[in-house]
Ligand binder design. Structure first.
Ligand code: ADP
Length: 668
């Protein structure tokens, strides 16, 4: 029984002068409500009301209004395609359930015919907007619903309204033939249809047009206001979304552009602080069990005290603890009213000292691991009023920050790994060098000596002793070489653990001198003297390694200086607040073009084979690694051959107080 002809088409065909217009769904809702309100406002007469809702779900939204309309008139007809419970019946008003395939299901109609006014709305929904609606019938989004568009007629022209009523009543009759009598009454009463139209024209003068447009207009304005408000809200949420996307984008761009976590976090802290108009925005590393954290990145509005570089206690901070326990951000809306703040003297003190009124602590997570914290602090006279979406924005940034921190960590690990590989490669080439050259020579000597001793039993005793002592001294040289080689490899690969301590230089010099004296024949040594001022600041370095450097430099000075020469150890405080130590000798000196390469591995001026003084050629390379290890510098100075040499190196100093010096002196 489905009817495929459209009421709108029929109407346009009948009244060819009509020009259909485009209406948005919101406009039709406003017009329909205004028309219904007009009926509700004029209770004296019983108008004819015919409303087609397309679908049951649209009807349901208005069902209660139609019950009220039914109290005013007994000529109310409601049409809809059934979805769940809608069926043809006569309860409060006449319900007409039409076939879902009926063209009525694509049209929106409302016709009101009274004696003194008539209005009608006859529209057809655009196919594209129906398609969208069908695609997501369960959750029509705000956008889709508001985008629904209709084409048709809205008018208060009586002739048009009567024609529309005529067409609709015909359709109702098809679905509800039992209503023929009631429909006929309506036609008769309001002059609907060809049989009565003449009567209407004849009696037209009886219809005084005293329509009260007030409720109609007011309703329209209310609806316009409401849709304006909705639009405003939608704009606000779009703006918030755009702001969020821009922020997240700028931080993601920073992550893509740089592997330097400091740079990325600096961008994040500045952007977030500025965008959320915070008094202070902080980002710092903190793990669940950390007892305190150092504030590494800060955004601060003008006139606000800085927290940058300050250490924050975490374990006694109930807000941090709540973040750890819940894994979620914690917001203190007003620090003056918050019990967590009031119950923790430390936090209360902190809040007061830094004038914090509102406070948000958001954790930075990555794959279940807490990496850090983002904090927003507001220091105004009143608590901060959080805008919708602001805290979500901080959460979104926290995700980006987490990715940046992990990326930086991975990069640092990779760097570390690369350095280890490089060190391994250096050790390997050292090993090739040492086995290929430095070890082969003494090993061959030892082999020749031992073979001669084994094959020539009649060898004279003196020669035998020479052979033995040569083999022994070369094996000792090999031992030293391997020891120095291992030390250098460990230093170069960073496998050394440093134990920095506060020392007086004098005690290290004394130890180094006594070590030289213990292993060398004192008579063959040049005179060694140390000139170290009492006022020299204390040094901060690993004591064992400092003595090692001094001993190696003194050992070299002794080796390359005749017994009648002199060796002097001096120390001053240089302009960089470091202690500069100089080991000077009056020995054979170094050619100016060799001053740099003497620090290279296995460098020896006369070559290993012609060496008279012993040594491995690794001593200065070891010294350089040690000095670099504590952040100092080492360099050689000499005016040339036989002009003596000076080796300088620097050690970090501390501005030792009187007590510290005393303490160091007592230990000595
Ligand atoms: P070595 O074990 O051969 O002393 P080093 O690395 O300590 O190895 O020294 C490398 C080379 O630098 C020495 O062989 C020597 O030629 C030169 N050298 C080091 N110290 C002095 C010095 N005080 N006077 C002259 N030459 C020096």
């Amino acid at each position: 029984m489905s009817i495929s002809t459209s009421v709108l088409s029929d109407l346009l065909q009948a009244l060819t002068y009509l020009r259909p217009q485009i209406y948005f769904k919101a406009s039709l809702t406003a017009l329909s409500h205004a028309m219904e309100d007009q009926v509700l406002a004029a209770t004296m007469e019983q108008p004819l009301v015919i409303a087609n809702f397309q679908r049951e779900r649209f009807y349901r939204q208005e069902a209660h209004r139609y019950q009220r309309l039914a109290q005013i008139s007994n000529q109310v007809y409601v049409l809809s395609a059934p979805e769940t419970g809608f069926s043809s019946s006569s309860e409060y008003y006449e319900k007409v359930a039409f076939e879902p395939q009926d063209a009525l299901s694509q049209e929106w109609h409302l016709v009101v015919i009274a004696f003194n006014y008539a209005t009608c709305l006859v529209c057809r929904e655009y196919p594209a907007s129906i398609l969208k609606r069908e695609m997501s019938p369960e959750t029509p989004s705000l956008d889709m619903d508001t985008a629904r568009r209709f084409e048709g007629i809205w008018t208060a022209e009586r002739g048009v309204s009567l024609k529309a009523a005529d067409l609709l009543l015909d359709k109702i009759l098809i679905y509800r033939p039992e209503l023929a009598e009631k429909i006929e009454q309506a036609r008769q009463r309001f002059g609907i249809g060809e049989n009565y139209s003449q009567k209407v024209i004849d009696e037209k003068s009886e219809y005084a047009c005293d329509i009260d447009t007030n409720p109609f207009v007011q309703r329209l304005v209310t609806y316009l206001q409401a849709s304006q408000y909705k639009l405003h809200k939608a704009y606000r949420s779009i703006a918030a979304q755009a702001r969020k996307e821009r922020l997240v984008n700028s931080i993601s761009t920073a992550i893509r552009r740089s592997l330097n976590p400091r740079e990325v976090l600096e961008v994040a802290v500045q952007e977030l602080g500025q965008n959320l108009a915070a008094s202070r925005c902080l980002i710092y590393r903190a793990q669940r069990a950390d007892t305190n954290a150092v504030i590494e990145h800060e955004f601060r509005s003008s006139g606000v005290l800085s927290l940058l570089g300050k250490t924050r206690e975490l374990q006694k901070n109930p807000i941090f603890q709540e973040v750890v326990e819940t894994g979620e951000g914690v917001c203190v809306t007003d620090t003056l009213e918050d019990s967590r703040v009031a119950n923790s003297p430390e936090v209360a003190d902190f809040v007061k000292s830094f004038s914090i009124r509102s406070w948000l602590m958001e954790p930075v997570w990555f794959q279940g691991r807490m990496l850090g914290i983002i904090e927003l602090q507001y220091c105004g006279d009143k608590p901060h009023e959080w805008q919708a979406g602001e805290q979500d924005l901080v959460k979104a940034i926290a995700i980006s920050v987490g990715a940046a921190l992990i990326q930086a960590e991975a990069y640092a690990n990779l760097e570390d790994f690369n350095q280890q590989l490089e060190a391994l490669d250096r050790t390997r080439s050292n090993l090739i060098a040492i086995t290929g050259h430095e070890l082969r020579t003494p090993l061959s000597t030892i082999q020749v000596c031992l073979e001669s001793l084994a094959t020539e039993p009649d060898m004279p005793l003196e020669l035998r002793e020479v052979m033995l002592s040569t083999a022994l001294s070369d094996s000792e040289r090999m031992r030293k070489l391997i020891q120095d080689f291992l030390t250098l490899s460990n230093l170069e690969s960073g496998r050394i653990e440093w134990h920095p301590e506060t020392l007086t230089l004098q005690e290290c010099v004394d130890l180094a001198i006594s070590r030289i004296n213990a292993r060398t024949n004192i008579e063959s040594l040049p005179k060694v003297s140390a000139e170290i001022s009492e006022n020299l600041p204390l040094v901060r370095a690993d004591g064992d390694w400092l003595v090692e450097v001094l001993a190696k430099l003194m050992d070299n000075a002794c080796k390359f200086t005749p017994p009648e020469g002199e060796i002097t150890i001096k120390a001053i405080r240089n302009e960089n607040q470091m202690v500069e130590v100089t080991v000077a000798d009056t020995g054979r000196g170094i050619e100016p073009n060799r001053l740099e390469i003497v620090f290279d591995r296995f460098y020896q001026e006369e070559g290993a084979l012609r060496r008279t003084t012993g040594g491995t050629g690794l001593g200065l390379a070891i010294c350089r690694q040690i000095v670099i290890g504590w952040g100092g510098q080492i360099w050689a100075e000499s005016s040339g051959k036989d002009k003596g040499s000076k080796f300088h190196f620097t050690v970090p100093s501390i501005e030792g107080s009187q007590e510290e010096r005393l303490f160091a002196a007592v230990r000595k």
